[in-house]
Design a protein around this ligand. Structure first.
Ligand code: NAD
Length: 481
């Protein structure tokens, strides 16, 4: 898209495509070039108010729609994604700066998630119905919560939106969704495509930033649950603010995934795995393989494989063609943040084995970077960088692997590379992370829960556990005559 073809987009509220109440707009940039690619509404509390009113009007009919009806409509959303996959992938690649092939892979996953929750909508049942007290019949019902507020991040914009709206709608809730102010265009286009499929007000999409729209969602007394995928800092601030209205909070926050490499692992396979898992989406992935803990007997062999594998990544503007394997990071701010981590680490004695600078004159690039010589308590090991950077630590001996892996504030995901079943089983038991992979890193499934422990948050995305999170349980007790 040239600089002149700027997309003009609108919010979806009550089934209509609308500008912001006060007419404000925001320019959206292509991070590979810095050029303006779209102009979208810049919402405020008034837009949230209007969206909540629409969600309120739609709430009871949507609650009362049969699960079978909700399934039909969710399947229609999935079909829409299939039909418009090419267009949505192109928008995602342009706005996030991700290679087209990666964006294209995300669309079938989005459709699959919608289809999973379409089916799951029909499986909800209460676990009890019977006589638990003499003379009484009890039953347990699962009900929607009501209006749900959802706040998405910039790294996988449409996929994170789908992770949120699919279980919420399947559970019978109406939704007010805020995409990231940096990457709203695929979600706005999706909203436009499904405007005529869903009853008006069931799904409302309002763009804007955290203070303007996000906080208004969190503070709104009629919103029963707020769900965030974002940073730990934002998660804490939302949890604090949500306390005022005692709304439920569902938090998918940052990560700092360890990769434990035992001596019996294949260094080539680990390096090939990290080439993807540390650098996919420019490392802007909450489960990115960001810190390697290598047993002493494999440390050297691993670096011999890893450093050239990382240096061989083809970095550039995804628009240049299918050969591009990694694009920029999302913004100039994020680029400076990542380079700041590297500056401070090298000042403290860390070594850059490859990468370490921007490497491009325009766009918000950071070279794929491998850092060694870092201590467990160093900032770059303890804090999420959210960029194309992996640290490699040499264990004194394998027995300290689990303790060091757990010794960060985060608890989202971890991987362990070993051929020994006993070691793998012990790792699964010891690691304080919501997902543990053995001999792989990154894959996820619609059927399996995704969500963290510790400061990575609480609540689950995907799976029937997400459906539980978006519903409430009611006990009905009937006195028998
Ligand atoms: P962010 O916290 O800066 O923003 C996330 C969203 O919150 C945005 O829509 C933003 O506008 C909004 N927001 C910001 N301040 C707010 C406030 N005070 N009240 C309400 N809303 C507010 O995060 P980001 O930079 O967009 O995304 C990157 C982060 O997301 C990383 O930490 C990453 O690990 C995390 N993430 C987690 C998962 C997961 O599943 N656990 C998945 C993807 C990304």
């Amino acid at each position: 898209m040239s600089a002149t073809a700027v997309l003009q987009q609108r919010n979806l509220v009550g089934g209509e495509l609308l500008d912001a109440v006060d007419g404000a707009t925001r320019e959206i940039l292509n991070p590979a070039t810095g050029e303006v690619i779209a102009r979208v509404p810049e919402g405020s509390a008034a837009d949230v108010e209007r969206a909540v009113a629409a969600a309120r009007a739609a709430r009871i009919p949507w609650r009362d729609a049969t699960p079978g009806r909700r399934q039909e409509l969710l399947l229609a959303l999935a079909d829409t994604i299939d039909r418009h996959g090419e267009e949505l992938a192109a928008l995602e690649s342009l706005n996030v700066g991700k290679p087209h092939a990666l964006a294209a892979e995300e669309l079938p996953i989005c459709a699959d998630e919608l289809r999973f929750f379409a089916g799951a909508a029909r499986t909800m049942n209460g676990p009890a119905a019977g006589e638990y007290g003499a003379g009484y019949t009890s039953m347990v019902r699962r009900e929607p919560l009501g209006i749900v507020g959802q706040i998405a991040p910039w790294n996988y914009p449409l996929m994170m939106a789908i992770w949120k709206i699919a279980p919420a709608l399947a559970g019978g809730n109406t939704v007010v969704l805020k995409p990231s102010e940096l990457t709203p265009i695929s979600t706005l286009r999706f909203a436009e495509l499904v405007a005529d499929i869903l009853p008006p007000g069931v799904l409302n999409v309002v763009t804007g930033d955290g203070p303007g729209v996000g906080e208004a969602i969190v503070r709104h007394p009629e919103i029963a649950l707020v769900s965030l995928t974002g940073s730990v800092q934002t998660g804490k601030s939302i949890a604090r603010a949500a306390a005022d209205t005692l709304k439920r909070v569902h938090l998918e926050l940052g990560g700092k995934a360890p990769v434990i490499v035992f001596e019996d692992a294949d260094p080539k396979a680990v390096a090939a795995g990290l080439r993807v898992a540390s650098f996919l989406n420019s490392g802007q992935d909450c489960t990115a393989a960001s810190r390697v803990l290598a047993a002493p007997g494999i440390y050297e062999a691993l670096l011999e494989e890893l450093v050239p594998a990382v240096a061989s990544l083809n970095v550039g503007d995804p628009a240049a063609g299918a050969q591009i394997e990694m694009g920029p990071v999302i913004s100039a701010r994020q680029q400076q943040r990542v380079l700041g981590f590297l500056d401070r680490a090298t000042s403290a004695g860390a070594q850059l084995l490859t990468g370490g600078s921007a490497g491009h004159d325009r766009g918000f690039f950071v070279e794929p970077t491998v850092v060694a010589g870092v201590g467990q308590q160093s900032e770059i090991v303890q804090s999420e960088v959210f960029g194309p950077v992996v640290t490699v630590q040499r264990l004194r001996d394998a027995s300290e692997a689990f303790a060091l892996a757990n010794d960060v504030p985060y608890g989202l995901a971890a991987s362990v590379w070993t051929r020994d079943t006993g070691t793998a089983m012990e790792a699964i038991r010891q690691l304080d992370f919501g997902c543990v992979w053995i001999n792989d890193h990154l894959p996820f499934l619609s059927e399996m829960p995704h969500g963290g422990f510790k400061e990575s948050g609480y609540g689950k995305d995907l799976s029937v556990y997400a459906l539980e999170d978006y519903t409430r349980v009611k006990h009905a007790m009937i006195k028998l005559e």
